[in-house]
Design a protein around this ligand. Structure first.
Ligand SMILES: [Zn+2]
Length: 861
């Protein structure tokens, strides 16, 4: 209990009670315990005096110009204090109250709702991925304590299963009580107080929180369209994995100051409806004329809200004017605006200092007096106002400069006297404003980070910042200087708190963050690029989810991947030119301009690279012709070969592969020609019927060990009859690097040889059902000179996007060759490859075939 407090009617002060001993102490204890046993208090404790404290303006004989304070008996207050402490710690420890009122319980304070509203506004204004509307209505409840209905309070206590004796004790504190008022003509006669609870009673704030809890609980659980605080911060990049938080906010309430937050107009109507019923039931007076409305979608306009029909509410419509986006509004004593600008607060702070300097300047004061007023009056007021903005040291210094001029003058010092002298050397003990504001922000974030009730918000706040910066680590462990000039972060108090405290070498440890693997060996991009390029690129990286050099390195970790490969892998976007930052890496981090080899400093351990293996389709049946682009590593000769695995023999762990050669030796090469025949070629293989029929353009075939063969990352690349080179999706260097990492690291490549699970499979000769059209063509070459005539036919199957699904071409046995016959063959072969019940359009350039079709197939038999 504090000293120097006004005592109640008996004039017993706290100081007296602190010095009690012997019988007096024992009797006091006995009295207190008797109160608790009986659930009641002595009649004399029900007498209180009201002291109407004048407000700063003229009294004008109006009671409303006073702030009445009720003076209660101090012994009574001690007893109630014990009850309050015990009740509130039980309520807090067991999380009984579900409404989320920030007041009333231990740990409650206004910093958290202020930080939350700040977070809501920042996310709404600066997070481009958030498309929620923001609606805020702040209410005004007049004389909350005085109007509290004791019957409803009883129900609210019973709802929480508070023991009956305690309920009785609490209600007895506020019944049959008499107040007198102190006036200059002596105390008035006592009068009976009929409703409400005493503002001066220690338990009153807790009771108000209990009283309001049913409403706030319903708002949290039922009110629709809350505004959701969402964050997403990188946990791992391979595969991309994010720590995501979403924290729905329906209202921000501190004591009787409640502010609704919603993401739609209907959401606000919902809250107003629920609240209107509760207020009617509970005798709460809310003054809608003093409501403040903010709406991101319709600022500066008159908005009508329709409340849902209820027998309890007489007035079902409410019309409020929304503030403009730039207008600041007051929340728990500090100022906000939807534009998330700190200009208003800055201006306010500057004028506060100027006003004080102007007031003190002409007065006859010693420098010590000015220093005292600066430390004890001005700084606390500034500190309170600056809860939503932490300005840089220079800005803070410029805010308080007018006071320093006054101080120098009063001390008879020249205006050029250095500030450091005022802080350190002279005996004024002036506090450094910047450090004071910084430490107050540090303290309030620490409270949020440490207190278990705020852990959701703490996790959100820190992961939001990490996601906003687009970094791979917690913002407390990285250098934040590169972002120090980012405008959208200038008003972000958490960012500034961490930045400014890191400049003082203060490091934070956040034990609540999820454990994760250390990504430093993957080399964060932000750590290797110069600031000038970083500033142009960080938003881009954030949007692409590129964080680390490892995401751009080849699977072996020694090469920089080329842009088309990154593009194929979906790491970079499809549009636009190669960005400056990528060219910077190419020009500065590679061992030579002609190669993709990274400087050894930037080699990345292959366990950090993106190397998800490209495997062959294991569902393909053995002995079936089903070509797949592949890479083989012959372990005996350590030779890499690219080609198509045409037929697999899983039981024998082998396959027939055709041989293709890159058209150049460049690492970026992605175009291949069929090998015309080399030492690898086994001529017998090309005689196999399936290969002979389907692989007209390939000449060189060899046997490979299946477990030494992996897929080549590429989109479906079909080989046509023409001897044209084929361009695959990824480069030779990427594909082989991936294959090497997989084939040399994988401890069990034997899995490839396991027999596939038995399942229904589409026959590999059957075209998928998505086939829409079939283009057919035949060719016929009449006999000439010594060559006999020959025939060939081909078909291409397209889906409705015009994408080639499959194709086939073959030489036909030359019995009675003719052009028409080759065309018919082409149609028949195409049709036979279709699945049952398909419908299809056939395109052919042969008019003879079309007329045959109409006369034979379309006409009824
Ligand atoms: Zn070859």
């Amino acid at each position: 209990m504090p000293n120097n407090k006004a005592s109640g009617p008996s004039k017993i002060s706290y100081e007296m009670m602190k010095h009690l001993s012997g019988d007096a102490l024992d009797f006091s204890l006995l009295l207190a315990n008797t109160c608790l046993f009986r659930g009641d208090i002595p009649a004399d404790w029900r007498e209180a005096v009201v002291y109407p404290i004048p407000k700063p303006h003229d009294f004008d004989a109006q009671l409303k110009n006073t702030r009445p304070i009720t003076l209660l008996e101090t012994v009574r207050k001690c007893v109630v204090k014990v009850v309050t402490n015990r009740l509130s710690s039980i309520l807090a420890d067991s999380k009984i109250l579900q409404g989320g009122n920030f007041a009333g319980l231990p740990g409650g304070s206004t910093d958290v709702p202020i930080k939350m509203l700040d977070a809501i506004i920042h996310q709404h204004k600066h997070d481009s991925s958030d498309d929620q509307e923001l609606w805020i209505v702040s209410q005004d409840i007049s004389k909350a304590f005085d109007s509290m209905d004791l019957n409803m309070l009883k129900l609210a206590l019973v709802r929480l299963h508070v023991p009956a004796l305690l309920v009785q004790f609490i209600l007895n504190l506020f019944t049959r009580r008499n107040n007198k008022i102190i006036t200059c003509h002596g105390d008035t006669a006592a009068y009976r107080v009929r409703v409400g609870i005493d503002q001066g009673e220690i338990i009153s704030p807790l009771l108000w929180v209990i009283y309001l809890d049913p409403l706030l609980t319903v708002l949290n659980q039922e009110a629709r369209d809350p505004f959701v605080l969402k964050s997403s911060a990188l946990l791992d990049y391979s595969p991309l994995e994010f720590e995501r938080h979403s924290l729905p906010i329906s209202h921000l309430t501190f004591m009787d100051d409640s502010t609704f937050v919603a993401s739609s107009k209907a959401g606000i109507e919902d809250r107003l409806s629920i609240t209107a019923e509760f207020y009617t039931l509970n005798n709460v007076q809310a003054n809608s004329a003093k409501y403040v409305l903010l709406s991101s979608s319709s600022p500066s306009s008159r908005i009508d809200f329709d409340l849902s029909p209820s027998s309890l509410v007489s007035d079902l419509s409410l019309s409020l004017s929304s503030l403009s986006l730039n207008t600041s509004f007051r929340f728990l004593g500090v100022w906000f605006s939807l534009s998330a600008s700190s200009q208003f607060v800055l201006k306010q702070a500057r004028s506060m200092v100027k006003d004080m300097a102007a007031l003190l300047g002409p007065k006859k004061l010693l420098a010590q007096h000015v220093a005292y007023l600066y430390n004890a009056v001005l700084l606390p007021r500034l500190e309170f106002r600056l809860q939503t903005a932490l300005f840089s040291e220079n800005t803070v210094q410029s805010i308080v400069t007018p006071m320093f001029s006054v101080l120098r003058r009063k001390a008879g010092l020249a205006a050029t006297t250095p500030l450091a002298l005022l802080f350190l050397k002279l005996p004024f003990s002036i506090q450094n404003a910047f450090y004071r504001f910084l430490s107050s922000h540090v303290a309030s974030w620490q409270k949020i980070f440490i207190h278990p009730d705020f852990s959701d918000f703490a996790s959100y706040a820190i992961s939001y910042l990490q996601g906003f910066l687009g970094v791979e680590s917690c913002p407390t462990v990285i250098n934040l200087e590169p972002w120090s000039h980012v405008v959208s972060l200038r008003t972000h108090t958490l960012f500034n708190t961490l930045l400014f405290s890191s400049r003082l070498n203060i490091t934070w440890s956040l034990f609540f963050r999820p454990s994760r693997r250390d990504l430093q060996p993957a080399i964060p991009l932000r750590s290797i690029l110069p600031h000038s390029i970083f500033r142009l690129s960080w938003k881009l990286w954030r949007n692409l989810n590129i964080f680390l050099l490892a995401q751009l390195a080849s699977p072996c970790g020694r090469h920089l991947m080329n842009w088309p490969d990154l593009w194929y892998l979906g790491i970079v976007g499809r549009k636009g030119r190669i960005p400056i930052w990528f060219n910077f890496i190419k020009n500065n981090l590679l061992s030579s301009s002609s190669s993709s080899l990274l400087l050894s400093l930037y080699f990345i351990n292959s366990s950090f690279t993106l190397a998800s293996p490209c495997l062959l389709d294991h569902t393909v049946k053995d002995y079936h012709f089903y070509p797949q682009w592949a890479i083989n590593l012959d372990s005996a000769t350590q030779t890499l070969s690219v080609g198509r695995v045409c037929i697999t023999y899983k039981k024998q762990n082998s396959a027939i592969m055709s041989h293709w050669l890159p058209v150049s030796t460049s690492a970026d090469e992605r175009t291949y020609n069929p090998c015309p025949g080399c030492a690898l070629n086994i001529p017998a293989l090309s005689k196999k019927s399936a290969i002979k029929q389907r692989c007209n353009s390939e000449k060189c075939f060899f046997n490979v060990i299946l477990s030494e063969t992996v897929g080549y990352p590429t989109r479906n690349a079909k080989v046509f009859a023409a001897y044209l080179p084929i361009t695959l999706s990824t480069s030779w260097s990427y594909a082989t690097s991936l294959a090497l990492v997989h084939l040399t690291n994988s401890p069990s490549t034997a899995s490839l040889t396991l027999s596939p699970p038995v399942e229904d499979r589409i026959e590999d000769d059957v075209l998928p059902l998505s086939v829409q059209s079939l283009y057919t063509d035949g060719s016929f070459r009449p006999a000439k000179d010594s060559l006999s005539s020959s025939m060939a036919s081909a078909w291409i199957a397209l889906d409705d996007d015009g994408f080639i699904l499959d194709s086939s071409s073959m030489h036909l046995p030359s019995c009675f060759p003719s052009a028409l016959r080759s065309e018919i063959y082409a149609v028949l072969l195409g049709l036979s490859a279709l699945s049952h019940d398909s419908s299809i359009s056939i395109y052919t350039d042969c008019s003879q075939l079309i007329s045959l079709w109409t006369s034979l197939v379309d006409s009824p038999f």
